[in-house]
Design a protein around this ligand. Structure first.
Ligand code: UGA
Length: 439
């Protein structure tokens, strides 16, 4: 990686998926980085040399850059020498759907002791207009000389390091040319075009990109439902549709809907932002409704196939919102587990990396350490996360473990004809079901 000229003293507030990756990557680019978090166990883990989140490549990146990376709980220490502060704290939805910015404001309040500070840069996903409010808050706390910029993040969990170091573009929303140039310098070594614009537009780019990706997913899931009703196969439909270069093949994977810490929250926040501005956004509302329906529909279809779920044992395969992460936030599996339990099923779950969860609905499920344990004597199985382990599993052997091999593949991971040959009744999303042949 090229060394930047000059290297900056950077402080990152928030050691979550965005902040920790940004901190490690800025260290990789040659900057001296302090990462501050409010969770003592997170900072203790980092001091002990372990990485508190599962993100491929991150542990190696942190290990390689320990000399340039510092971790602290202490906000005062974190800002004392900082030249640039990145705000990477979470902005969870409030009951109203609006983003809760209290953690952002706590960071801004902590900056008054930052005597070397040149710029504050927002990476947290925030409503459009936040930049103007932060500017006023900085001015009011004697930091009128400090520049402000928005630098939204487009990294996806599970490939965040790669996305950060090799992005499609770097979006910079800047108050002025000085801070725009500073951000370009900070990214020296990242080979991507810098799109420089005003702060409000940069804030809008982030929300637009996530909402459009979510729209593509919900649209695909709607077409999948139509495929089920008409006998078409969604995988063939999306493959051929996505070959049109104007549409592209990405985010057209039918399934249980989108989860995670971003799409559900950001789509609701954009709808709330529109409402606050006096606009309805029926298209986005439909995207959200379709997504809410997907996991519930899967349970209804499975119940129909089994003639009811009461007293049945169902193996829930995969818990995290997508493979390659241990993140359970807004995972469709949580809704599925709740619905299965509410219908009277006994739920056994398996996931290779999901944490142990002691709250409902997980507290009422049995967690199995291995796939075969989850499937033993089960009446049905439901794939909720497309882990490679499931694609590569010995499904011939798995069929012998189950009471009656009924499989609902919520991620269209497996081949229907092959599953029928192995003796399964196999349901998936947007593809014709195949049923076990009578012996
Ligand atoms: C998403 C965006 O992809 C990133 O660009 C963005 O930076 C990030 O949110 C953020 O705002 O921080 P992420 O939430 O990590 O990243 O996950 P994705 O890989 O985008 O997947 C989101 C959900 O959509 C998953 O539940 C996935 O299973 C689902 N999905 C994705 C589908 O159901 N179908 C698809 O075709 C693609």
């Amino acid at each position: 990686m090229n060394q930047p000229s000059p290297a900056y003293r950077v402080t990152v507030f928030g050691a979550g998926y965005i902040g920790l990756v940004a901190g490690a990557c800025f260290a990789e680019l040659g900057h001296s980085v302090t990462v501050r978090d409010i969770q003592p166990e997170r900072i203790a883990a980092l001091h002990a040399g372990s990485v508190p989140i599962y993100e491929p490549g991150l542990a190696a990146l942190i290990a390689r850059n320990t000399a340039r990376l510092h971790f602290t709980l202490d906000a005062e220490e974190a800002v004392r020498d900082a030249e640039v502060v990145f705000v990477c704290v979470d902005t969870p939805p409030m009951a109203s759907g609006d983003a809760d910015l209290s953690r952002v404001w706590a960071v801004i309040e902590a900056l008054t002791e930052a005597t070397h500070l040149t710029a504050v840069v927002m990476k947290s996903t925030v409503p459009v207009g936040t930049g103007t409010r932060v500017r006023k808050a900085l001015d009011a706390s004697g930091l009128a000389h400090v520049h402000y910029a928005s630098n939204p993040e487009f990294t996806a969990e599970g490939r965040a390091v790669e996305d950060f170091l090799r992005p499609d573009r770097i979006v910079i929303g800047a108050d002025d040319d000085t801070v725009a140039k500073l951000l370009v310098d900070l990214h020296h070594g990242v080979d991507a075009p810098a799109e420089i614009m005003d702060v409000a537009s940069a804030e809008m780019v982030k929300l637009t990109a996530n909402a459009l990706l979510a729209t593509k997913i919900s649209f695909t899931n709607e077409i999948a439902a139509l495929c089920e009703a008409t006998g078409a196969d969604i995988t063939k439909v999306t493959r051929a549709t996505g070959m049109d270069h104007r549409l592209g093949p990405h985010f057209m994977q039918a399934g249980l809907g989108y989860g995670g810490s971003c799409f559900p929250k950001d789509s609701r926040a954009l709808r709330a932002l529109a409402s606050n501005a006096g606009h309805t956004f029926p298209l986005l509302s439909a995207v959200i409704d379709v997504n809410d329906l997907q996991p519930r529909r899967s349970v209804k279809r499975l119940a129909h196939e089994l003639g009811g779920l009461a007293g049945r044992t169902v193996a829930l395969l995969g818990m995290t919102f997508k493979p390659g992460t241990d993140d359970m936030r807004e995972a469709p599996s949580t809704v599925i587990a709740s619905r299965l339990l509410a219908e009277g099923a006994h739920v056994r779950c398996w996931d290779p990396v999901a944490p142990d969860l002691h709250h409902e609905p997980w507290a009422s499920t049995d967690r199995c350490a291995d796939l075969h344990g989850a499937l033993a004597d089960a009446d049905a199985a439901l794939i909720a996360t497309e882990w490679p382990h499931l694609r590569e599993a010995d499904w011939r052997h798995c069929a012998t473990l189950m009471r009656a091999p009924v499989l609902f593949d919520g991620r269209n991971l497996l081949d229907p004809d092959h599953m029928r040959d192995l003796g399964y009744t196999y349901l998936s999303v947007g593809r014709p079901p195949v049923r076990r042949q009578a012996p």
